[in-house]
Design a protein around this ligand. Structure first.
Ligand code: ATP
Ligand code: MG
Length: 562
């Protein structure tokens, strides 16, 4: 269903529409996308971005971009910048609504003081290990901290001194005073402030205590007057704490937290911790390695924002976790690229063809259509001459039956050009490798001309040897060879696909591919979709294979009769 439609299409839209009908929040819809700037965004984040910005658009509200930057040790401006770039590239706009949790540090501190004054928070001297032991388990209730009943005055004094830097990391924390016997472990006096003496990328060294996620998130939502705070399922058990903080502090705005199932994809890992390890450990070439599930990796690979948005819409929003087949993502991409990518000819593993009866020194310009799926895409001219390259695998000396490509004595059509017949093979005397294929052409078979008089089964792509440009081509497969590479049975890095990257140098591409713009998508005829890599130079274009032409998703659906 399209974004523009008014019918609700999932349970979150049902909630929002009911709220609008009841004039809750004056009928306003305000959402937010709250990344922690500790890594690059991935395709899972894209789902959350499309959902939050999509809802704001559909219900004429607004969506904030808020950096959840309360963890100075792990965060960096590099991540902040990349996140903004990726959200924009996906096609969304937060307008003037860019926020940082660190903007609220003063107010969050005041809220914490308010809790202390009301006897609802206390400074605790247990260390992290002890706190864990006292917390109990799902089956056993927790035990109260010996520091739980400190006086308000003592708590205020200690908290101020925590802020002033008098204590070491981990020496003391501030905890909410809730219920150590609660069935929900999150409610057993959770830590809401910790000491961490590290420099923050925005507040520098002003603070040495930092608020925890559960305290920060609900209050940031409330301060920004968010109406619907949408997050992934693992936060379901944090919702009572989200509500407790806002209720106890009697804030004016109490957003509703709604959980949905996160996106999981097969043949991929998606946790930021894992992705960081792949980058730092040199298993990939960076966050934007075209095999990474990051937005920047997908972009470099040649994915379009349209295809990613389409994918996010098709997978929908559910309340139960599932794993989506990466073939669906590729299917959405092929559908989009099929409409927009110009068809060109590129020979990845070239072998020379010499047309003996074609005049030496002659060049013909042949007309080629740019995209049969796009009436406005027009045509271009491609040069044809006596010496050409075709794909090595398009010739076989001893072909099996029903081989319709080139072999001795067999005819094939050269796309946009003539029918040729192979007469003679020249091999390297030592290695036996085919060096040249000597052919003849039939001048009465020019494509599109009135003389074109017969058909043959095979059509090959080719380039003119003297006109072709040299190119480098990078082929990619799934980064992991196992569907579920991170099942916990073994180190997920053992499942990295050793064939996920193949470098082809010495490729020959048609001359229109010199000086092409980074990011442009092409279909190399018969080979797949390719995208111009930023490593390209004026003399040597570099192409990433985005995806092959084989659509396994469409095949699966056909089998299922859908
Ligand atoms: P990770 O768990 O991989 O370290 P995270 O979820 O903690 O990442 P955040 O920066 O906190 O990363 O995520 C920002 C927002 O994106 C959150 O609202 C989170 O729920 C959402 N999000 C993260 N991963 C996914 C996913 N796989 N599918 C849908 N939403 C996601
Ligand atoms: Mg998170």
């Amino acid at each position: 269903m399209s974004n523009e439609s008014t019918a609700s299409s999932n349970f979150i839209e049902d909630i929002i529409e009911s709220d609008i009908r009841n004039n809750k929040n004056n009928g306003e819809v305000v959402t937010r996308f709250p990344p922690e700037p500790n890594g690059y965004l991935h395709i899972g984040h894209a789902k959350s971005i499309c959902l939050n910005f999509g809802l704001a658009k559909k219900y004429k509200g607004r969506c904030h971009l808020r950096f959840d930057d309360t963890n100075p040790g792990k965060e960096d401006v590099e991540y902040v910048d990349s996140i903004m770039e990726d959200v924009k590239w996906l096609g969304f706009d937060w307008g003037r609504h860019l926020y940082y949790a660190s903007d609220y540090f003063d107010r969050l501190y005041d809220y914490a003081v308010q809790l202390i004054k009301e006897g609802k928070a206390y400074v605790c001297d247990l260390n992290a290990d002890e706190i864990r032991k006292y917390r109990g388990t799902l089956k056993e209730p927790g035990k109260e901290s010996p520091y739980r009943n400190r006086s308000v005055e003592e708590n205020l004094d200690l908290f101020a001194r925590m802020k002033a830097g008098e204590f070491a990391n981990g020496e003391r924390v501030l905890r909410a005073k809730i219920d150590m016997k609660s069935g929900n472990i999150n409610m057993r006096d959770p830590v809401i402030y910790r000491i961490q003496k590290s420099e923050h990328h925005r507040t520098g060294n002003i603070w040495c205590i930092y608020p925890m996620y559960d305290f920060t998130h609900c209050l940031s939502d409330s301060l920004e007057e968010i109406t619907h705070s949408i997050c992934t399922l693992e936060f379901e058990n944090n919702r009572p704490l989200y509500d407790w903080v806002l209720d106890e502090l009697k804030v004016k705005r109490h957003p509703q937290q709604i959980e949905f199932a996160r996106l999981n994809l097969n043949y991929t890992v998606m946790s930021k911790r894992r992705l960081l390890e792949l980058v730092k450990g040199g298993y990939v070439k960076g966050w934007d390695d075209p095999r990474m599930p990051t937005i920047s990796g997908l972009r470099r690979r040649g994915f379009t924002p349209e295809a990613i948005r389409d994918f996010c819409e098709r997978i929908g929003v559910a309340k139960a976790d599932s794993v989506v087949d990466i073939a669906l993502l590729e299917h959405c991409l092929r559908e989009d690229l099929n409409r927009r990518a110009a068809r060109v000819m590129a020979v990845l593993r070239p072998v020379k063809v010499i047309i003996d009866n074609y005049p030496e020194g002659k060049t013909e310009d042949l007309q080629a259509e740019n995209n049969p799926e796009d009436a406005l895409a027009g045509t271009r001219m491609i040069p044809f001459s006596r010496e050409l390259y075709i794909e090595e695998e398009d010739f076989m000396e001893n072909p099996p039956k029903k081989y319709f490509r080139l072999s001795l004595g067999q005819e094939v059509r050269l796309k946009h050009a003539y029918i040729i017949k192979c007469k003679r093979i020249v091999k390297d005397e030592k290695t036996g490798q085919v060096n040249e294929l000597h052919c003849s052409y039939d001048p009465k078979t020019k494509s599109g001309s009135s003389e074109e008089n017969r058909k043959v089964k095979g059509t090959l792509h080719w380039v003119s040897a003297q006109h072709a440009a040299d190119a480098e081509v990078r082929l990619y497969e799934h980064l992991f060879s196992k569907e579920n590479p991170d099942s916990g049975e073994e180190d997920y890095k053992k499942n990295i696909n050793p064939l996920s990257f193949e470098l082809l140098t010495g490729c020959k591409v048609e001359p229109s591919l010199l000086n092409v713009k980074h990011g442009t998508n092409y279909q190399f005829l018969r080979q797949g979709y390719f995208c111009v890599d930023p490593d390209s130079s004026g003399k040597m274009p570099v192409f990433n294979r985005t995806v092959s032409l084989r659509d396994t998703w469409a095949k699966i659906k056909k089998k299922e009769g859908k």
